[in-house]
Design a protein around this ligand. Structure first.
Ligand code: GTR
Length: 457
């Protein structure tokens, strides 16, 4: 019989993964993979001395094992993952990071297609604009979905859905796009207005190569994130919070949803609409986001399995990057700069990353066995490219358990060398924090591969 001391030791060994070799061997030139530019590292360390940009200063850390239940039992088959461990991890992310959405699909929600043009963009596309009224009440919160579908595709169209930062009218100069609502944000230099006007049409077009997406046979759906919840800290008085939050003795609970939770919930409501639209292949909807909206896309894809493919573009801290590395943006920094993004509980882990019961590789694991693609950018050290890669790598055992290849490589690839071997795709692109056409083309390559293998219905 095992004595209890030995049992505890065994449980500790199995319930965590320790990676002494995890700390990258900086001097091993034979490694071949991407390394941050030493000049950039030095310049950033000077500019932001409180932030760590050096691989040598990454502390030794131990990751929680996605394949061990909280009671210490190892997860050795797909059934246990599905019925026990996956729900457990999902709950941990709800409770400690993104918060709990107070409502699933609202009963009185309505969809209204207010624009349908079958010959949009010189006949290339069908354009639809749909208002989702979350409560069905006249003055309740609403979001507009702008959709372009390629006319060349005669069957329901596999579609990318992405939240945008500036308003639907900023993604393309098409004059028929309804101007998104403006909102006021108290900024450091007075009040900053997110302006919706004629001049801002097409302003973010470089991030949305609409025609190229359509020509590759994909649809594009986009929603202004401010429609769901304006991105500033107002004590959760506006957006969907004002309507759906449940207060206990006038207080929000420590695991009440933050803005990321609300944006992700909004994406699920867009999915509710797609399910009603015969022109969209709702079994092949990819959810995608950049930066804070990349964090959002991961959480949306983790909690809602109707998304067939999940893409995180430069999402960093609280997204694809491992928090325990404390490289670039940290838990404390993000909670201080953006107190409204996560739930209150997350703040308890400021500077205490090792106490978190999860790390971000487990968020990626929640997407298994569906395809997921994570990108980093060479100059975006704030988002910790290596931490994003490692999260993909350490999510891979869950894919393997489900009989699917995860990432398929052990070492970080070189610059602009996409890894597309299994269900987890990854690349580090040259350039800075941005969503570029290069990114879109790789996402579509990956979608071509994986969507082809998925049967329609
Ligand atoms: C930064 C923030 C990041 C990232 C980014 C963005 O200021 O520190 O976590 O999300 O904003 O969303 O643009």
């Amino acid at each position: 019989m095992l004595n209890s001391k030995l049992l505890i030791t065994l449980l500790t060994v199995f319930s965590t993964i320790s990676f002494p070799a995890e700390v990258f061997d900086f001097n091993n030139a034979a490694n071949g993979g991407w390394k941050a530019s030493p000049e950039l590292t030095e310049a950033l360390m000077k500019r932001r001395s409180e932030t760590n940009y050096s691989e040598q200063r990454v502390p030794k850390y131990t990751l929680p094992n996605p394949l061990v239940l909280s009671d210490g039992t190892r997860v050795t088959n797909a059934g246990t993952w599905r019925t026990k461990r996956r729900p457990e991890i999902l709950e941990l992310f709800r409770k400690f990071l993104y918060g709990r959405a107070p409502i699933a699909r609202p009963k009185n929600m309505t969809f209204k297609v207010f624009d349908l043009e079958r010959k949009a963009l010189a006949g290339l596309a069908t354009r639809k604009q749909v208002t989702v009224n979350f409560t069905g009440k006249k003055n309740g919160p609403k979001m507009d979905i702008l959709i372009y579908l390629p006319n060349a595709v005669k069957t329901p169209v596999p579609t990318f859905v992405i939240l945008n930062f500036g308003g639907n009218h900023t993604i393309h100069p098409d004059p028929a796009i309804k101007l998104s609502e403006s909102w006021m944000r108290p900024g450091s230099r007075g009040v900053v207005k997110n302006r919706a006007n004629e001049e801002s049409r097409g302003r973010s077009r470089a991030r949305f190569p609409v025609e190229k997406i359509l020509k590759r046979g994909y649809g594009l759906a986009t929603i202004y994130y401010g429609d769901i919840d304006p991105d500033f800290h107002d004590g959760f008085k506006n957006g969907v919070h004002q309507v759906f939050d449940k207060l206990i003795d006038g207080e929000r609970s420590a695991d009440a949803w933050g803005a990321i939770g609300a944006w992700a919930w909004g994406l699920s409501r867009a999915m509710d609409y797609f399910e009603t639209d015969d022109d969209i292949d709702n079994k092949r909807v990819a959810v995608l986001g950049h930066s804070r909206l990349g964090k959002t896309a991961l959480w949306a894809g983790a909690r809602d399995e109707r998304f067939a493919f999940v893409i995180s573009n430069n999402s960093g801290c609280g997204g694809a990057a491992l928090s325990r590395r404390r490289f670039g943006e940290t838990v404390e920094r993000i909670n201080k700069s953006f107190p409204h993004w996560f739930c209150e509980n997350f703040k308890k882990y400021n500077g205490k990353e090792d106490d978190l019961p999860v790390d971000q590789h487990m968020l990626i694991a929640l997407i298994a066995p569906r395809p997921v693609y994570v990108t980093s950018a060479d100059k975006d050290l704030w988002a910790d490219p290596r931490g994003e890669f490692l999260a993909c790598k350490h999510a891979s055992p869950v894919y393997r358990l489900l009989g699917i290849k995860g990432l398929g490589v052990r070492q970080m690839p070189g610059l602009d060398q996409p890894v597309q071997k299994g269900a987890i795709g990854y690349h580090v692109r040259s350039g800075s924090h941005n969503l570029t056409e290069y990114n879109w083309q790789r996402f579509m390559d990956f979608a071509d591969m994986h969507f082809a293998a998925m049967g329609r219905n």
